[in-house]
Ligand binder design. Sequence first.
Ligand code: NI
Length: 184
Amino acid sequence: MAILKIARMGHPVLSTPAAEVPDPTAPDVARLVDAMIATMEDADGTGLAAPQVHMPWRIVVYKVESERAAHEGAEDVSVPLTVMVNPLVTPVGEETNLGFEACLSVPGMAGAVRRFDRVQVTYQTLAGKAITLDAEGFHARVIQHECDHLDGILYPSRIEDMSQFGFVEELSKDQAPAEEADDG
Ligand code: NI
């Protein structure tokens, strides 16, 4: 399976809203998703959005490993490989939390981003089935990070305190241990 080139911050594809996928069951969509999964796994990322591989479509893939989720504290859950076509994220409640994120399109860096604790997301599967999913904690953070990519938003633009943004190797351990970052 081909490994795709990942766009880095500054490339226009990352700041442009992606288009709706007209037919999630199209063979081209399945091929793109296969390549996105291979690319995400090759880069050891938690998630990947299609614009990150220069394809401006509303598609995200992610997989939450249990050890990453456990670092967030409240829950110890893993989430199997999930493919979302045309996802729509809605916050549930007003509670938010601050957590460090990283991104394959912003290599080597991490920053503290405020996200909603809980979200509901509706999306289509590759079979064209409509799904509604409730997520919380780290899982909800991953979904919000990945779906931001579909609207042309990278996490650095959501950082409130720029002292909480920097190179992973420079940030002190109590700020952003590399293994806690979401390499989405
Ligand atoms: Ni990302």
